[in-house]
Design a protein around this ligand. Structure first.
Ligand SMILES: [Zn+2]
Length: 258
């Protein structure tokens, strides 16, 4: 098991410990379980990031993904057509253009609860004391998504644990040796939608919500440390890994399903 964590590996661990541990041990390929449409959407998301990183980064991406981006007829695949629309929407968004300035795709490191973390900040704008993370959203900026663990619908920022990500990145930036970076820098989640007419908004988060999120992150890391120290990882019994490795040995009661 690897000891260094990222936001996404901690999120995966909190969703299903057993699956995350199997991925870390190289026993389970989670990416291989994704449908082609999900992979295409993920690549299209990367395209948007590369576009605003630099021309070189975009050209490199285009070279690497030429076969993923186009259909056999030579037209852009649907998710990349959407990505093109998103790029155009952000390109004419005056707030985005004004604040998305500074270091792009910056790798950051640090320790939380004694565990090494790393991450990539989309854009660090030290002049404004902010860091920006672009999030592409399928529905509207106000959409809510079902959160299985809480059996309720919550805003997509909460459902995807993006406040954890912002709290982790803020903490890693705070730990930086760089004098300018070594203070609390505020995140801006720059949401842009895949709707027919893409919508966009720069979303800030109250600092006390970030502080609360960091506390929750530390609790999640504590569970990870327990597993590092030998506790058996819990199975969620919902994900593909749990289904693929399930061994029925007894019946279950219908009353437990409703
Ligand atoms: Zn599971």
């Amino acid at each position: 098991m690897k000891k260094r964590l990222s936001f996404s590996s901690l999120k995966a661990f909190s969703e299903c410990e057993a699956e995350a541990v199997a991925v870390m041990r190289g026993e389970w390929d989670r990416q291989a379980t994704f449908p082609p449409s999900t992979i295409e959407a993920m690549n299209a998301g990367s395209y948007v990031h590369k576009y605003f990183e630099s021309e070189e980064a975009l050209n490199e991406f285009k070279k690497e993904h030429a076969s993923d981006m186009f259909t056999k007829k030579g037209t852009l695949k649907s998710q990349f057509q959407i990505a093109e629309k998103i790029v155009k929407a952000l390109d004419k968004d005056p707030l985005f253009k004004a604040i998305y300035q500074g270091s792009k795709e910056l790798e950051i490191f640090g320790k939380i609860q004694g565990i090494e973390f790393h991450g990539f900040v989309d854009c660090l704008n030290l002049e404004r004391n902010i860091f920006i993370d672009i999030k592409t959203v399928r529905g509207s900026i106000k959409d809510r998504e079902w959160l299985e663990s809480e059996h309720r619908r919550v805003h997509w920022i909460e459902a995807r644990k993006y406040l954890w990500q912002m709290a982790i990145y803020q903490e890693l930036l705070r730990q930086s040796d760089d004098e300018k970076r070594g203070k609390k820098i505020s995140p801006v989640i720059y949401a842009v939608t895949k709707e027919t007419f893409p919508d966009s908004a720069g979303i800030t988060v109250p600092q006390d919500w970030l502080d609360d999120s960091l506390v929750t992150v530390c609790e999640a890391i504590d569970k990870y440390i327990e597993v590092l120290n030998g506790r058996m990882p819990n199975r969620c019994e919902r994900c593909n890994y749990c289904k693929a490795t399930k061994r029925n040995l007894s019946t279950i009661s219908y009353s437990d399903l409703i």
